[in-house]
Design a protein around this ligand. Structure first.
Ligand SMILES: Cc1cc2nc3c(=O)[nH]c(=O)nc-3n(C[C@H](O)[C@H](O)[C@H](O)COP(=O)(O)OP(=O)(O)OC[C@H]3O[C@@H](n4cnc5c(N)ncnc54)[C@H](O)[C@@H]3O)c2cc1C
Length: 409
């Protein structure tokens, strides 16, 4: 951290600077503007690209309606799991599995915020953030970008050392950091396509959550197929592994899968998305107040699944409540007990103690979807946790649990 340079011209000052306007930055902005106490604060939003594209599809499960319910493109009340000869449909009641297009979310939040005169925007890549002492007493943060700088009483950053919607960026980060990694670290990497068939081929009521009958590439690999209607679906080849694949391999597997399952029909590709989501309990951030990490940088991603959207919502809502109350800001959204389960599952996957396909098959074979969703949302009771654990082999999971406990001791 550096201290104020008296020779610098005075920087414009804001109550809050949001560094990175993606999933977390815009969620925080949305909740700030909805707050009766904070909605008039001076807020600066900085992102390297405010011209958003549809770079991701967010799916999540929940009971009832959501803050962004009007943006939900499709919802499913039945999911299916497939592994070898195992094939099961499960009703998700009382949960629904929902889909939001990234661009709808970005447009919704940005359009509403652009109407507010107290929200200011800068499109630039941030190069530095450093704590300064503003008036000999109070700490503020100086945020710099090419051609400008500003000062904030509090800064909320979601800027990771890599981009999650670029396999090349993740690969580069991976090779730089491999030796530094101390905790298990897998990428959840995928390429997806929205395909449109010329005839009805899908059952739009069933989301194919995991179909493990695809090339595993020594990893945990599955196809994720979400029909939006009978002719259109998002289909994604997803892997949990240390190494990211050549882009042509995802395409090959997607082509083969669609040809095998729908041999008599033709389709067009309407949209593609790629992603590399870190599955780890490694902390990417060493910022201290008044700089707060949110989103993936703020460890909102669930390490064992890669799901983050709902945790980001929780994190941003909690942050706004804490700001309203003037209490210390605590961005941690995963409780200790569920973090421990995540660490154990990640350990088993990372050290190849059991195939991911077998783990998820057993969990879904023996439990209701609602119990699994609660477990993966960190809201399960101890009794439900035991139910899930009883689906899994003790000789594999007990040593993994002991290894995690020893690592923490
Ligand atoms: C393709 C994809 C699909 C996903 N699908 C799901 C899903 O279905 N369900 C789920 O729960 N989670 C999903 N995730 C995981 C997670 O929900 C998202 O990654 C989410 O966007 C994370 O929010 P974030 O704000 O931490 O990061 P981001 O949304 O990536 O936002 C970071 C922002 O920082 C900006 N930025 C980066 N560097 C700089 C810089 N130097 N200066 C200024 N700005 C900068 C970027 O432009 C970006 O806008 C998905 C992730 C990806 C990549």
């Amino acid at each position: 951290m550096s201290h104020a340079n008296p020779s610098l011209p005075t920087a414009p000052s804001y109550d809050y600077i949001i560094a990175g306007a993606g999933g977390a930055g815009l969620s925080l902005l949305h909740y700030l503007l909805a707050s009766p106490i904070l909605s008039n604060k001076q807020i600066l939003v900085i992102d390297q690209s405010l011209h958003k594209t549809n770079d991701r599809t967010w799916c999540f499960w929940e009971i009832g309606d959501h803050e962004f319910e009007s943006l939900v493109q499709h919802r499913w009340d039945t999911i299916s799991i497939h592994a070898g000869s195992f094939s099961k449909e499960l009703t998700t009641n009382p949960f629904s599995y929902k889909m939001i297009q990234g661009i709808d979310f970005y447009n919704y939040v940005i359009t509403a915020a652009k109407l507010k005169p107290n929200v200011h925007w800068v499109e630039a890549a941030i190069s530095n953030m450093a704590e300064i002492v503003s008036d000999n007493i109070h700490k503020e943060v100086l945020v710099k970008w090419e051609g400008g700088f500003a000062q904030g009483k509090k800064v909320f950053t979601s800027i990771l050392p890599f981009q999650m919607n670029s396999l090349a960026s993740a690969t580069k980060y991976d090779s730089i950091n491999q030796s530094a990694n101390k905790l298990p670290f897998l990428w959840q990497h995928f390429k997806g396509r929205t395909v449109s068939f010329n005839q009805p081929v899908f059952n739009s009521k069933v989301a194919r959550l995991m179909d493990f009958n695809v090339p595993q590439h020594g990893a945990t690999a599955f196809m994720y197929l979400l029909p939006i209607n009978e002719m259109q679906a998002l289909v994604e080849y997803t892997l949990f592994s240390e190494q990211i694949l050549e882009i042509s391999i995802y395409d090959l597997v997607l082509n083969d899968y669609l040809a095998k399952h729908y041999p008599d029909f033709t389709y067009t590709i309407q949209h593609e998305e790629i992603g590399a989501i870190p599955m780890t309990q490694e902390n990417f951030s060493n910022f201290k107040p008044p700089i707060y990490s949110i989103g993936a940088l703020g460890m909102a991603i669930k390490a064992s699944t890669g799901y983050a959207f709902q945790f980001i919502q929780q994190q941003c809502k909690n942050t706004v409540v804490q700001l309203e109350q003037g209490s210390p800001i605590q961005t941690n959204v995963h409780n200790t007990r569920h973090r421990f389960y995540d660490a154990v599952l990640l350990h088993v996957l990372f050290y190849h103690k059991m195939e991911g396909a077998e783990i998820f098959k057993r969990i879904f074979a023996k439990n209701k979807a609602a119990t699994v969703f609660k477990f993966l949302s960190n809201t399960s009771t101890i009794f439900e946790d035991i139910q899930i654990m009883r689906s899994l082999p003790t000789p594999i999971f007990l040593p993994a649990a002991i290894a995690v406990l020893c690592r923490r001791a």
